[in-house]
Each structure stands twice: as structure tokens, then as C-alpha cells.
Design a protein around this ligand. Structure first.
Ligand SMILES: Cc1cc2nc3c(=O)[nH]c(=O)nc-3n(C[C@H](O)[C@H](O)[C@H](O)COP(=O)(O)OP(=O)(O)OC[C@H]3O[C@@H](n4cnc5c(N)ncnc54)[C@H](O)[C@@H]3O)c2cc1C
Length: 451
């Protein structure tokens, strides 16, 4: 079987890797000049770093397995996480149960409710019970209005903008449930999950090494891996996908075409889908139903640290970014030539004016809030700044989401889709994109065997 994979992000590379391991012929085309998609890297001070902050959780079994298979296991390090909340002008370190008790931004009763609801969710594995529930409603009922208004509500709004009230409880469950799975077992019943220190995984030299490892492993098995090759269109003959059209009038033909692009880009390369009978029209409408938030991430290099927290979540409703990730509170500044590296991340709806702002305009907006994290901050500390964006940064997981997920098997025989909108009940993540790549490889293989 020959498979053409469109997209060289984690999902496409994961699928290609799985297919070549099973002896199939693979050609992978990536639009950008570099492989990696949302895990692309660039250089700071001679060190390689992701355009968007990345780490792994201990529950990320598939990613850990592939890292091991690629011989990179010795370079996967587990680092005690160091997270905090910022609200009302104050930073609150937030690592264990005792920090929760010190979180004076809400009443003692709300602190207890925040902790107890997290413990409760950590014990629930049948997420289906939450499919008919909205996160905002559940949180208000169980954590209370204060806990919602001061902690979870601003986070939902920062991530999902106008969709915040409609976000599915399954999404919220996943965030809490999987987060606890990244804590080592303490042996203590019930409260142990809160007391245990969370550990986060990072690959020495960046996750770009995982991307390189996958590309190299595919090439070693004979796959054609081409970056800088945006697929213009999926070739469909007699109602079946038979290949792709590439720039400069080139064509490549295969038995199967597997696209791993965001849904909107998939519609562009299969423009006739809505006219392909009722199934095509239905699939096209499903693709359009899932909405994405833009991810916008500013990266700053500083000449000194901003705070001592790695992951600082902003809980004020008017904060212009939702999280400040100080990479050099995770890895030493020497990794990046002595620079202190800070990511400031936000999510926005299409049409939000911030989507079009330049790095300097965004920085002007962010500066007063950087000062709230550390009142001594001065713009003279900034050595350099970059802004990276992704139109398909975060699928909006609304209530009833499971009913609108497009299947991997498209209505066009021989054409498949695997992207972040199909990761469920978990949220996007390298681990799940890799797992999806393997599952789609299974599906493609079994369909092909059946003819
Ligand atoms: C801000 C942010 C932070 C994140 N943090 C973490 C984290 O801490 N840990 C973690 O595990 N995950 C994290 N993730 C999620 C993780 O990066 C994604 O789940 C994963 O990278 C998605 O991979 P993908 O292959 O599905 O999609 P993508 O990475 O989007 O890949 C799709 C690829 O298709 C290509 N493409 C599009 N159109 C065409 C075309 N016509 N022809 C050829 N190629 C095309 C694109 O260029 C792209 O490379 C984060 C994501 C974001 C946005």
C-alpha cells in the first residue's frame, strides 16, 4: 500500500512512522519549510526552543513510548513542576495542597471547594457522564460563584472567549483528570493527589528532536519526506482519492491519502466535498461546525528572571494573556546562551483585533501586566521579542462536542483526516496526536486489506 500523508506535524509524522514500520510505502508533504507544525522550533542563544511552550505529562504514554523507540529516552527528563496563579496583583505559588490553603484571593470555604472538586474529578474515569453538562454550570454549582468568578471563569473566558459559557464539562474534566495523572503516587488515600509534586517531562535539546527522530526514522525506512511542499489539492478520480497535486504542476499518486491539516485547510484541498452527494455535504458541514481559537504566543528574552514560577496562570478577567510561561524556571538560562526566556500566551476568536497586532503593539498591551507579575520589570530588560500564531490553536470543545467530531474516514474512499478536532475526550497534545496517527494507520491498513 502506498500512502500520501499531508502535513508534517506530530500527527502526520506519527502516522507516517507507524505506516513505514509496517512496511508500507509513504510520501509525506509538509507545507512549511520545516517539519513539526505546532511543535516547530527556533533558536535562542544557540539553544533550540519550541515556538509554543511544550512539556509532557507522566500520563503521556504514547509519546514516552515513541521517544523510547527512537532511542531518545535518556534525554527525557522529568522536572518538578512549579506553577502558580496570578490574581489581584499578586502571584500565588500553587504546587500542593498547602498552597491552596494559602490562596487568600478567595474565602477559605471556596479554597476547600476548589480542592475537593479537583479531588473528586480526579477519581472519575467515565467522562461520558459529563457529556450533557456545561463546565461553567458545573463549576458554579460545585465550586461556587466565588471560585468560578475568581479562578475558573476567567480561565475559560481567556481560552474560549465568547464560547466560555458553552464549553463542555468533558473538556474541564480532562484538564483536571489528566493533570493529576502526572503526579507520582504518594500512597496517601484521597488527599495524596494534592500533596504529590507534579512532574513535567522535557526532551533535552527541545521536542524538535522528537520531530527530527520521526523524520529520520521514516526516511531510514524509505519514506519520501518533503518540506516546503504545500498540497494544492487532493486528486479525486471516479469518486476515489488517488493522489495529490503539488506546486509547479507536480502530482503524486497513491492508494490512500491521509490529511492531517486543520479542518478549514482540508476543505480547501478538497473543495468539491459539499457537491459529493449527501454524505459529502454532511461531512463538509461537520468540518465547518468545529471552531478553533487562534493561539498567539509572544516570546521574550530577558536579561534577568521575571519571577521564580515556571507556569503562571492569570486569573484577572482583563489580563491580556492567560499564561506566562518562564521557560528558564524549567531549564537553566545557560540552555539559551544565558537568556531568560518568557512565553506570554493567549487564545482569541477569529476577528479579534489582537490577531493582527505586531509584536510591538502586543508588547505595549502586555507591559502593564508583566509589571503586575514583577513590579520592578522594565522594558530595558527585554533583549528580543517574537510573536508566533496558529489559526487552529485550540478547538472549541462545546457541549455536545462528541456529536460533531468528523470521522477519520471521509466519505471519499481512500481519503482520511486526522487532526486535533478529533482528539476526544482529551484535549490536543503531542501524545494524543501521536496516538491518533497510530490509530488512523490501523484504520487505513484494515480498510485497504478489505479492498
Ligand atoms: C500554544 C500551544 C501550546 C501547546 N503546548 C503543548 C504542551 O505543552 N504539550 C503537548 O504535548 N502539546 C502541546 N500543544 C499541542 C501540540 O502541539 C499539538 O497537539 C500537536 O502539535 C498537533 O499536531 P498536528 O500534527 O495534529 O497538527 P499541526 O501541528 O497543526 O500540523 C499540521 C501540519 O499540516 C501542515 N499543512 C497544512 N496545510 C497543508 C497542505 N496543504 N499541504 C501540506 N501540509 C499542510 C501544517 O503546515 C502543519 O505542519 C500545544 C499547542 C499550542 C498551540
Amino acid at each position: 500500500m502506498k500512502v500520501i500523508v499531508i502535513g508534517g506535524g506530530v500527527a502526520g509524522l506519527g502516522a507516517a512512522y507507524e505506516l513505514v514500520k509496517r512496511g508500507h510505502e509513504v510520501a509525506l508533504y509538509e507545507a512549511s519549510t520545516e517539519f513539526g507544525g505546532q511543535v516547530r522550533t527556533f533558536e535562542i542563544g544557540g539553544g533550540r526552543i519550541e515556538i509554543f511552550y511544550h512539556h509532557l505529562f507522566q500520563s503521556d504514554d504514547e509519546a514516552i513510548r515513541i521517544i523510547r523507540e527512537l532511542g531518545l529516552e535518556d534525554d527525557l527528563t522529568w522536572i518538578d513542576s512549579n506553577v502558580g496563579l496570578h490574581g489581584g496583583g499578586k502571584n500565588y505559588p500553587f504546587v500542593g495542597a498547602l498552597d491552596l490553603l494559602k490562596f487568600s484571593r478567595v474565602s477559605l470555604l471556596s479554597r476547600l471547594r476548589l480542592g475537593l472538586t479537583a479531588l473528586w474529578l480526579r477519581r472519575i474515569s467515565d467522562y461520558q457522564r459529563y457529556e450533557g453538562t456545561r463546565a461553567a454550570e458545573w463549576i458554579r454549582a460545585k465550586v461556587g460563584k466565588e471560585g468560578y468568578d475568581r479562578v475558573w471563569g476567567p480561565l475559560l473566558r481567556a481560552k474560549f472567549s465568547e464560547h466560555a459559557e458553552d464549553v463542555s464539562m468533558v473538556w474541564f474534566w480532562g484538564k483536571i483528570y489528566l493533570r493529576f495523572a502526572s503526579r507520582p503516587k504518594t500512597g496517601l488515600p484521597v488527599i495524596g493527589g494534592l500533596l504529590a509534586k507534579e512532574q513535567l517531562g522535557y526532551l533535552e535539546g527541545s521536542f524538535g528532536r522528537l520531530i527530527d527522530g520521526l523524520v529520520d526514522a521514516c526516511r531510514a525506512k524509505g519514506a519520501h519526506m518533503e518540506a516546503g511542499a504545500p498540497v494544492q489539492r487532493v486528486l479525486i478520480e471516479d469518486g476515489r482519492a488517488v493522489g495529490v497535486c503539488l506546486p509547479d504542476g507536480r502530482e503524486d499518486r497513491a492508494d490512500v491519502v491521509l490529511a492531517t491539516t486543520p479542518s478549514g485547510l482540508f476543505q480547501k484541498i478538497v473543495p468539491d466535498l459539499p457537491e459529493m452527494g449527501p454524505e459529502g455535504a454532511q461531512y463538509a458541514s461537520m468540518l465547518g461546525e468545529v471552531q478553533y481559537q487562534w493561539a498567539t504566543v509572544m516570546v521574550l528574552t530577558l536579561d534577568r528572571p521575571l519571577s521564580d514560577i515556571y507556569w503562571l496562570t492569570m486569573t484577572d478577567d482583563d489580563a491580556p494573556f492567560v499564561v506566562a510561561v518562564e521557560q528558564t524556571n524549567f531549564l537553566p538560562p545557560s540552555t539559551y546562551g544565558g537568556n531568560h526566556v518568557l512565553y506570554l500566551s493567549d487564545y482569541m476568536s477569529p476577528g479579534d483585533p489582537m490577531v493582527d497586532m505586531s509584536a510591538d503593539e502586543l508588547f505595549d498591551l502586555y507591559e502593564p501586566w508583566i509589571k503586575k507579575i514583577n513590579p520592578d520589570f522594565d522594558r530595558s530588560w527585554v533583549r528580543d521579542k517574537w510573536v508566533f500564531r496558529d489559526r487552529a490553536g485550540q478547538p472549541v470543545v462545546r457541549m455536545g462536542y462528541h456529536q460533531i467530531i468528523p470521522p477519520h474516514r471521509s466519505p471519499v474512499p481512500g481519503l482520511y483526516l486526522a487532526n486535533t478536532t478529533q482528539i476526544y475526550p482529551e484535549d490536543r497534545g503531542q501524545n494524543y496526536s501521536l496516538r491518533m496517527g497510530r490509530r488512523v494507520a490501523d484504520l487505513v491498513e484494515s480498510d485497504f486489506a478489505l479492498g
